[in-house]
Structure formats: structure tokens, C-alpha cells
Design a protein around this ligand. Structure first.
Ligand SMILES: Cc1ncc(COP(=O)(O)O)c(C=O)c1O
Length: 368
């Protein structure tokens, strides 16, 4: 299908070019195997992913939302217990807390779009049980401070690493920085399935073993149900395709980082660009700039054939679903400011030089 954009936001077919044959091979092999649920491909993918994240154990699930929801549920929190997260994230960061049985507490973010540790500290009460930093856009949150705060107050740290597979903080992979971490493997992520998928990881093997039960109807054995639960399994076909993706992930990240660095240099004088802070290894799942002229800029780029999005235009605390939390619009000033300035530009591993040049040229033309 022909895309109406000169530079579309995604380019799946081009990104897959170098490993397309392998994808088709494993697809056929899995199809022929007759094993579609809980087979060897899933087992291997889980082991390989845990190794990639530098943790002991992983278990694949149906999507990133299930990963978050089931993990929180496993800590047996009650509606009196509070979990602190960022208000500028995807819906699941908040919904999983409430669906997991606890109370959502938001804390404002920094210019880097990630949760501000000082704001976390301000929101801690006797009821706080968990901190859920979101590594938004592919950039790690301030995990040194966050884990120090957690230690001081005896809190669990659950990393919502949905957008950040491969990112590092002072040399350590996201997913290995807290007590447990969850990932989305949705098609828009740097490591993605061909449909919905997710995975969770931890050095706490007992926790991952419990979650293996929780994602599979609460079954500890084939005919023994410990508690009523969901079916949130990751299937064999997606696991097989994901193993091919995982082999190519670092190469894809390298390409994205190179393109992002060119954009950073070129656009730095006109807008706020996502330069890395000390210790950060950003994987640019989303390339987000900040500009006062965001709305007009977005319109202009689209009129010139460049697809751009806003992630996210309405913060979580202002969603109808959050009305019972009683937050006012001005409670999180940085989040509000960012929601009017942020713009996600197209950036994919297979983006060719001429496209990048066109993007930069068009961008600069607008500001002239
Ligand atoms: C920060 C964050 N958390 C959680 C999720 C949920 O993941 P999924 O879409 O796989 O359910 C996403 C998905 O985009 C996300 O960006």
C-alpha cells in the first residue's frame, strides 16, 4: 500500500529487509511444528531476553499492559496502598496500578520527560508501597536517586520499561535497575512482535515463577488452579519472530542512535532536542523535540509529507478515567508545559540520508 507521507512515522517493511527471510523461515517452522502455545521458542526467547537485560529470569506475556497489571497484582497491594508513577505516560502505567488493586499517585517529571525524584519524595506517605518509574521514549529515568529513595523508605521499584529495551543507565541495562521490570513488544517498540506481546524480567526468580502461574490461569500444574487468574500468555509464533528481532536489536538501535545524533546536532539551535544526560544511553524509541510552536510545526510538517505525532497530548491525571483521583490541571506544571511542546518525529533504522535531509531542511524552513 502506498503511503501518502514522504516520510511516514514507521517503515516496518524496510526495517525488516535484512532479516525478512529468517522471519519467514521461523514462521514456517513454527507453523509446521504444531506447537503454538508454551513451546521451545518461548522458552528460548525468555532465556535470551533475560540475558540481554542482564537479569536472571524472564517470562513472556500477551502485552506490556498485562505485564504491568499482573506484576502489581502479585504484590497483593490493597486500595489503601499507594504506587507512585509519572502522569505523562501511556494509559497502562496508571490503569495497571488500579487494576492491580492499589491507588495511583502521580509525581511530576523533568525536562527529560522522566519522573523527577524530588517530586517522588514529596509524594511519599506511610501508605506508599511502590515506585514505578517509566523510562519514557527510550531514555532511562534517574534510577540512582530512585533506588536510593526506595531503599530509604523500603519500597518496591517496578520499572515500566515498555519503551526502552536496550537503554542503559551508567552502563546497566534498564530492566536490571529495579526489583522487577516490564516491557511492551508492541509493533512501535524497538524490539517488537508482529502483533501484541510483552515480557517481564527480574533477578527475583521466585517472583517470576509466581508470575508464570499468574499469567496462565493461576495454574501451578496442568489440573491445579491456585487462584482465579487470566490467560495472558505469549504465543510460540510471536516468540519465534521475536527471537529473530532480538538478534538484530542492537544493530537497529545503533542505526537509530546515529540518526538521532545527527538530528540533535542539526535541530539543536531551533528547538529543544533529546541530548543524553550523564550516564544515559538513549535508544530513541521515540524521537521527541520540544517547541513553543509545536502545533503549527506539526501542521506544517504534515502538509510537507512528514508524519508526526504527540505522545501524549492529554496527561493521565486529566483523563476522564482519572476523575476520582481529584487532581487539578496545574498540579503537575512540568507535565502540563511539556504536553503543549512535545512532538514525536519519524525516526526508524532504515531511514535513508535523503529522507533525513528532507526532514531537517523542512524543519529549518518552518523556523525561517
Ligand atoms: C510506557 C508504557 N507502558 C505500558 C505500555 C503498554 O504496553 P502494551 O501496549 O504492550 O500493552 C506502553 C505501550 O505503549 C507504554 O508505552
Amino acid at each position: 500500500m502506498k503511503n501518502r507521507f514522504k516520510i511516514p512515522y514507521t517503515a516496518f517493511k524496510d526495517n525488516q529487509k535484512s532479516f525478512r527471510k529468517e522471519l519467514i523461515n521461523v514462521f514456517t517452522k513454527t507453523l509446521d511444528s504444531g506447537r503454538y502455545i508454551a513451546g521451545p521458542e518461548l522458552d528460548k526467547f525468555e532465556k535470551e531476553f533475560a540475558k540481554y537485560c542482564e537479569v536472571k529470569k524472564a517470562t513472556g506475556v500477551a502485552n506490556g499492559t498485562c505485564a504491568l497489571h499482573l506484576t502489581i497484582k502479585d504484590f497483593n497491594l490493597t486500595s489503601e496502598d499507594e504506587v507512585i508513577t509519572a502522569p505523562n505516560s501511556f494509559f497502562s502505567s496508571a490503569s495497571s496500578i488500579e487494576l492491580g488493586g492499589a491507588k495511583i499517585i502521580f509525581a511530576d517529571v523533568n525536562d527529560d520527560l522522566n519522573i523527577n525524584p524530588d517530586e517522588i519524595e514529596k509524594r511519599i506517605t506511610k501508605r506508599t508501597k511502590m515506585i514505578m518509574p517509566v523510562h519514557l521514549t527510550g531514555r532511562p529515568a534517574k534510577m540512582k536517586r530512585i533506588t536510593e529513595i526506595a531503599k530509604k523508605h523500603n519500597l518496591i521499584v517496578l520499572e515500566d520499561a515498555a519503551q526502552s529495551v536496550g537503554a542503559k543507565y551508567f552502563g546497566k541495562k534498564v530492566g536490571s535497575l529495579g526489583d522487577v521490570a516490564t516491557f511492551s513488544l508492541h509493533p512501535l517498540k524497538n524490539l517488537h512482535a508482529y502483533g501484541d506481546a510483552g515480557i517481564l524480567v527480574s533477578n527475583n526468580e521466585k517472583l517470576v515463577n509466581n508470575l508464570k502461574i499468574r499469567k496462565n490461569h493461576g495454574l501451578s500444574k496442568r489440573d491445579r488452579c491456585e487462584y482465579w487468574s487470566y490467560n495472558c500468555r505469549l504465543d510460540e509464533l510471536q516468540a519465534a519472530l521475536l527471537r529473530v528481532q532480538l538478534k538484530n536489536l542492537d544493530k537497529q538501535i545503533k542505526k537509530k542512535r546515529k540518526l538521532a545524533q545527527i538530528l540533535n546536532e542539526e535541530l539543536n539551535e531551533i528547538v529543544n532536542v533529546p541530548f543524553e544526560n550523564e550516564g544515559e544511553f538513549h535508544v530513541y524509541q521515540t524521537y521527541v523535540i520540544q517547541s513553543e510552536a509545536r502545533d503549527k510545526l506539526k501542521e506544517y510538517l504534515i502538509s510537507k509529507g512528514i508524519e508526526a505525532f504527540i505522545h501524549y497530548p492529554v496527561p493521565l491525571h486529566l483523563q476522564p478515567a482519572a476523575k476520582d483521583l481529584n487532581y487539578s490541571a496545574n498540579e503537575f506544571p512540568k507535565t502540563m508545559e511539556l504536553s503543549s511542546k512535545i512532538l514525536s518525529l519519524p525516526l526508524y533504522p532504515s531511514m535513508k540520508e535523503d529522507k533525513l535531509e528532507y526532514l531537517i531542511k523542512t524543519f529549518k524552513k518552518f523556523f525561517k
